[in-house]
Ligand binder design. Structure first.
Ligand code: ADP
Ligand code: MG
Length: 664
């Protein structure tokens, strides 16, 4: 349903909504609040200076307005609550003057200074009742919570269409409310129990659908027809013996698992989980080599152009002594070269094609594709898996995913339930550990001094901040503000400081990364968009502001951007929170799996082990960690459901299955 069916919605508002991925009425009604304010009136005696509170009061005096300067005014008056009178001050509300007459009942929202007997109000409301529940949404520039609420409530009046993906048997079993009701209540709850019942239904639904897809894919994989690969093991061993280093035990084990998969007539469908720097690339290279010895083509897909190029260079080196033809295909490959590549792929001349998403192009057709490797797997969702196909579709290529997202094994087994899992737990002993320090923002000088020292050594610095622009709701160090601060601290003429953020296009991002890699840029400030796998050997320090806003797994991944050569590297986690036991885990350990286990154990704030980024793992309401129990239930239920109904031909999920089958 088109957004312009809503009253009062114009192109400008539509554009703003698009920014938060709302393109239809259905998107709007399924844009759920992330928390609620419960409005509870308190007695002025219980109010204090540190917490925002709601106080029901009566206006006692005429309001005095002072116009301080343009766009800046102040109202002062006396009010009373519970027979205690006090001063009230509020800024920039001159327009409220006529509403604030003597004896008017109002609700003050703000903080109270007992000693000065003054209430500094952020807002004044007139028609709120005690106990009102106010949903709070994630916002974007130009969009206020109250406006978004209005739009959502207008949409709720329309005949929007949302499908309830929970099969009746489970709706009945758990006594779930129906989906329309859940949507209604999640935006306008009358009680805490309304919030609970609507959230439970919607969370379960999302997780059920997700687990259904995973379990269905697992089933498809079991039935799929793989290629039994035959090759000369002596040549493979020669290759392994020629490596300049000794493989770690974990690497050897994973290679063994992969070779077994490749030799079997079942299709390989394996995920290799290994921390940053654990040496996953060589494992992939061994698989490619084996595949080549078996006379099949392979393809290796990376999430960005830079990573693809990096792999291309590395792999070319390894295969130098062999007659293996390798090509690189990315967005910036010229048209002429692209056409040549397509031709040579189809005729079987190219043995290995490395590239980005460009590989998913319809012109990319292989003669006899035997192996598909995807690096940084968490970037690609389930619907994108298996897209690459052979010209003749009879046999299915082996598939290998590499991921640097360390997640606890039991957990990985669930969310990646359709894949076989291999883990590389130990890292090759070649690097110095990154030294990590949690620093309070008020002690920022210490960090600046360290940056200065590192710059003097000719090293480079990553600076990370969680947001691009100041958000009116939460006051965070935006990257722009940071740039200004750093430019002031260091002489900007001598030190090149640049900003990289999500709103830049891929080309601009790659250019900045390349300049940083070359050393042209000394300090790179960014949101979390910088790629995990990139080697910047001279980057010796990463400073993460508002570190408390990130989950431990994300922090660990960010930290993995430094310490990629033999120079000693540092990670500074800057925060305003005095209580930072959670962040201290980062000081303790450099082991991603240990950190993710800790993250998993600890309640409260945390991220989804970095898996959130991937296409279909961006849940609207479910939280893979907090809702883990529901996830497990959804897993069991979806397995039962698939067994029970799918093959009797009365599956409710035809639409979904079609999506999986066509995979795009
Ligand atoms: P990641 O798992 O993050 O992709 P890489 O595969 O890029 O890690 O490996 C990181 C570095 O470690 C590379 O320079 C690689 O050559 C090196 N390396 C990999 N395995 C070993 C090993 N067993 N011993 C020594 N160095 C290794
Ligand atoms: Mg890698």
């Amino acid at each position: 349903m088109n957004l312009n069916l809503i009253k009062n919605i114009g192109p400008k508002t539509e554009k703003i909504l698009n920014k938060i991925n709302i393109f239809s009425v259905e998107d709007l009604v399924t844009y759920y609040p992330y928390r609620y304010n419960v409005i509870k009136f308190i007695n002025i005696n219980d109010a204090n200076e540190s917490d925002i509170c709601y106080v029901l009061a009566t206006v006692l005096s005429v309001v005095k307005i002072s116009f301080i300067k343009k766009n800046f005014n102040r109202l002062d008056f006396i009010a009373a609550n519970n027979n205690i009178s006090f001063k009230v001050t509020i800024f920039n509300r001159a327009f409220l003057k006529n509403n604030l007459y003597v004896n008017r009942k109002i609700v003050l929202i703000g903080k109270y200074n007992k000693i000065k007997n003054i209430f500094i109000a952020n807002d004044i409301k007139f028609n709120v009742e005690d106990g009102t529940i106010e949903p709070i949404y994630h916002l974007t520039e130009g969009l206020k919570n109250s406006n978004l609420r209005k739009l959502i409530n207008e949409s709720l009046k329309l005949k929007y269409k949302v499908y309830d993906y929970v099969p009746d048997i489970f709706n009945d079993k758990y006594n779930f409310i129906n989906k329309d009701k859940a949507i209604e209540l999640i935006h306008n709850p009358n009680s805490i129990s309304d919030i609970k019942s609507s959230k439970l239904k919607l969370i379960y639904e999302e997780l059920f659908l997700y687990m259904f897809k995973i379990n269905y894919l697992k089933l498809l994989n079991k039935k799929s027809n793989g290629i039994k690969k035959i090759f000369d093991e002596n040549i493979l061993n020669e290759f392994l013996n020629s490596l300049s280093f000794k493989l770690t035990l974990d690497q050897e084990l994973v290679i063994k698992e992969i070779l077994n998969d490749m030799k079997s007539s079942n299709r390989m469908n394996r995920l290799v989980l290994g921390d940053v720097g654990s040496g996953k690339t060589i494992v992939a290279i061994v698989a490619i080599f084996t595949n080549y010895l078996s006379s099949y083509q392979a393809t290796f897909m990376a999430p960005t152009e830079i990573l693809a190029k990096q792999h291309y260079e590395t792999i070319k080196n390894y295969f130098e002594p062999y007659n293996i033809k390798i090509a690189l295909l990315t967005g910036s490959t010229t048209k002429k070269n692209k056409e040549k590549i397509y031709e040579e792929l189809e005729s079987g001349q190219i043995d290995l094609l490395i590239g980005t998403h460009s590989l998913l192009n319809e012109h990319v057709i292989f003669k006899n594709l035997g192996l598909v490797i995807t690096d940084e797997q968490h970037r690609f969702g389930v619907n994108q898996r298996n897209l690459l196909q052979n010209k003749d579709n009879k046999k299915e290529s082996d598939v290998l995913y590499l991921s640097a997202t360390p997640i606890p094994r039991t957990y990985a087994l669930t969310i990646y339930g359709d894949l076989d899992l291999s883990q590389i737990k130990t890292k090759p002993n070649i690097r110095k550990e990154v030294i990590t320090k949690v620093v309070l923002e008020k002690n920022i000088k210490e960090v600046l001094l360290k940056i200065y020292e590192e710059l003097k050594l000719g090293h480079q610095i990553f600076v990370v901040s969680p947001l691009i622009e100041q958000n009116d709701e939460i006051n965070l160090n935006s990257v722009y503000e940071l740039k200004e601060k750093l430019s002031n601290a260091f002489n900007n003429d001598l030190i090149n400081i640049e900003i990289l953020h999500g709103k830049l296009n891929a080309k601009e991002k790659d250019k900045l990364m390349l300049d940083f890699k070359k050393g042209v840029i000394k300090i790179l400030i960014s949101t979390t968009v910088i790629e995990v796998g990139i080697d910047i050997p001279k980057a010796s320090m990463i400073v993460i502001f508002n570190a408390e806003r990130f989950g431990l797994a994300t922090l660990h991944q960010l930290r993995g951007r430094v310490g990629r050569s033999d120079i000693q590297s540092y990670c500074y986690l800057v925060t305003n929170n005095e209580d930072n036991a959670r962040l201290k885990v980062m000081e303790e350990s450099n082991d991603g799996f240990y950190i993710s286990e800790k993250d998993f154990e600890q309640r409260g704030q945390g991220d989804l082990f970095g898996v959130k980024q991937s296409g279909d793992m961006t849940f609207k309401i479910a939280d893979l960690k907090k809702d883990y129990k529901i996830l497990l239930q959804a897993k069991t239920d979806s397995e039962i459901y698939i067994k029970k109904s799918l093959f009797k031909g009365n599956c409710l999920y035809e639409e979904e299955i079609e999506k999986i089958n066509f995979l795009d």
